[in-house]
Design a protein around this ligand. Structure first.
Ligand SMILES: NC(=O)c1ccc[n+]([C@@H]2O[C@H](COP(=O)([O-])OP(=O)(O)OC[C@H]3O[C@@H](n4cnc5c(N)ncnc54)[C@H](O)[C@@H]3O)[C@@H](O)[C@H]2O)c1
Length: 372
């Protein structure tokens, strides 16, 4: 197949590209190599035979030939920092929404349109994800985003409208959009744009909502996203690991190799138009437990510090219901968290050490009133 990956030099894109090339596909990457992800002197190990278009996705309308007659486009190019999206609003909307619109407009110009467009969306579109109350465990609720005032009082767990505590359960795709950050709103908008253009333009749209993806190749220099990379980069420099809230907030961590399996499976599967699927491990891990497991896998001994700090826009819990991905593409994660962390640490230990920018990024958020 002929395949184009936007954001193809990023963490997920380049790992996907390697797999597709190994499977015998003809792959082209489009990426503008943003400095926040790649540094001033970008260096990515690109597999032989891959075509690279160093270009902003928002310039694609002028280059529809890149998409002419291809079998599939993976649309991954995006700005990805939740907290950063709350103050670089115009930029996030521009890259993520206008970027998607530009891709669609370029497709409209193609004589032979791509057969399938696959979007990397995010669990962030759900906001807090699915919860139930003790009194009615069958009825799924979706709590409102936590306010800054609640978090300043140390009220971390979402509650129902009578103030009763709730329990997080696996989040199904049927949950409504409830974005709690500008980043999340742009991902929801990307989904709407893609699905609304697909019918008119005659391609099959497929949407994946990733949980927290980690693994070999994730940027070690972006202080805004990728908690495992951020923690590792600090720990290897002997610096302690600050853990937000009370450390019991949880995420669903999924190894890059499982994500790539899911993406590749969507090329061959007999999918209905506009299919939307969660991809995650399907289980929650608290950030406190994650930090211990990471230090264990890395063989590093630094202190972890629960700070009571929070970031506006962060959710408390969300993990994936995988039933639909299982049914449609046979998705089954294979890499356990312990095995995935070991693979990540073995890779990351051989990478250059980067200046730790977490404290300056946090200070930037504090100045903007987005953290305490
Ligand atoms: N990594 C995760 O945990 C995760 C979770 C949910 C969703 N996603 C989504 O998956 C996709 C890929 O994420 P990733 O983790 O590989 O991120 P990444 O930051 O490593 O890669 C994104 C790539 O897009 C490129 N890019 C940014 N702006 C661009 C522009 N204007 N034009 C062209 N290229 C541009 C960057 O240079 C980078 O190479 C994103 O759409 C993201 O929203 C990722």
């Amino acid at each position: 197949m002929r395949i184009v990956i936007t954001g193809g030099m990023g963490f997920i894109g380049i790992t996907l590209a390697r797999r597709l090339v190994a499977d015998g596909h003809d792959v082209a990457l489009l990426d503008n190599l943003t400095v926040q992800i790649h540094g001033e002197l970008p260096w990515v190990d690109v597999p032989e035979g891959v075509t690279i278009h160093r270009m902003d996705v928002r310039q694609l309308t002028d280059h529809p030939e890149i998409l002419e007659g291809v079998d599939a486009v993976f649309h991954l190019a995006a700005e990805t920092g939740t907290a950063q999206s709350m103050y670089r609003i115009a930029e996030y909307v521009s890259v993520n929404e206008l970027g998607t619109a530009t891709l669609l407009q370029a497709i409209a110009k193609c004589t032979v349109k791509p057969r399938q467009v696959i979007l990397a969306s995010s669990r962030s579109v759900y906001g807090e994800g699915a919860y139930v109350s003790e009194s009615n465990p069958e009825h799924i609720l979706q709590p409102a985003p936590r306010t800054k005032e609640q978090m300043l009082k140390g009220i971390w767990e979402p509650t129902d409208n009578r103030g009763a505590n709730l329990k997080a359960v696996a989040t199904p795709e049927s949950l409504a959009f409830a974005p709690g950050s500008v980043y999340a709103a742009t991902k929801a908008s990307q989904e709407l744009l893609l699905n609304s253009a697909a019918l008119a333009l005659g391609f099959r749209s497929t949407i994946f909502r990733f949980q927290n993806v980690y693994g070999e190749g994730q940027s070690l220099q972006n202080p805004y996203t990728g908690i495992i990379s951020i923690f590792f980069n600090r720990a290897r420099q002997g610096r302690d690991i600050p853990i937000y809230e009370d450390g019991l907030e949880s995420r669903d961590f999924i190894h890059i190799s499982d994500i790539v399996d899911g993406l590749v499976a969507s090329l061959e599967a007999d999918l209905p138009p506009g299919a939307v699927m969660n991809l995650g491990a399907g289980e929650p891990t608290s950030v406190k437990d994650l930090a211990s497991a990471l230090l264990n896998a890395a063989g590093l001994d630094v202190a972890t510090r629960v700070t009571g700090q929070f970031r506006v826009g962060d959710i408390r819990h969300c993990y994936a219901d995988l039933a639909r991905a299982r049914a449609l593409i046979g998705f089954q994660p294979k890499i356990s968290l312990a095995a995935g962390l070991k693979r990540f640490c073995d890779w990351a230990a051989g990478q250059p050490i980067h200046v730790d920018k977490l404290d300056s990024a946090t200070e930037e958020l504090r100045k903007k009133g987005l953290t305490n």
